[in-house]
Design a protein around this ligand. Sequence first.
Ligand SMILES: [Zn+2]
Length: 109
Amino acid sequence: MLILKCPYCGVMADETELSPGGEAHLTRHGPGSDDTEFEAYLFMRENPRGVHFERWRHAHGCGKWFHAARCTQTLEVFGTYSAQTTRPPQDLLDTISEKRPGWRWRDLA
Ligand SMILES: [Zn+2]
């Protein structure tokens, strides 16, 4: 069972307390963007075998959205952090790089 620590209230919440929100750190395209950008925003998602950044909501707790970094292959959770950011905290990226040599941010292949 997936267990994530809510970065706001500090509760270790299992997946029955959480609602998934899909991929984190999407670049949003709306009015004024071209069709290719808008199509990519609507439909194209990473589906890595390994490190993935996701949005979660502590639905049966504080109700706030947060981000989580985890491995889709091993289910290891690297950390959680505020959703009010455009990129993961540097210390989390450093931790992931130490555990997954060769991995880099936005190098999800
Ligand atoms: Zn919470």
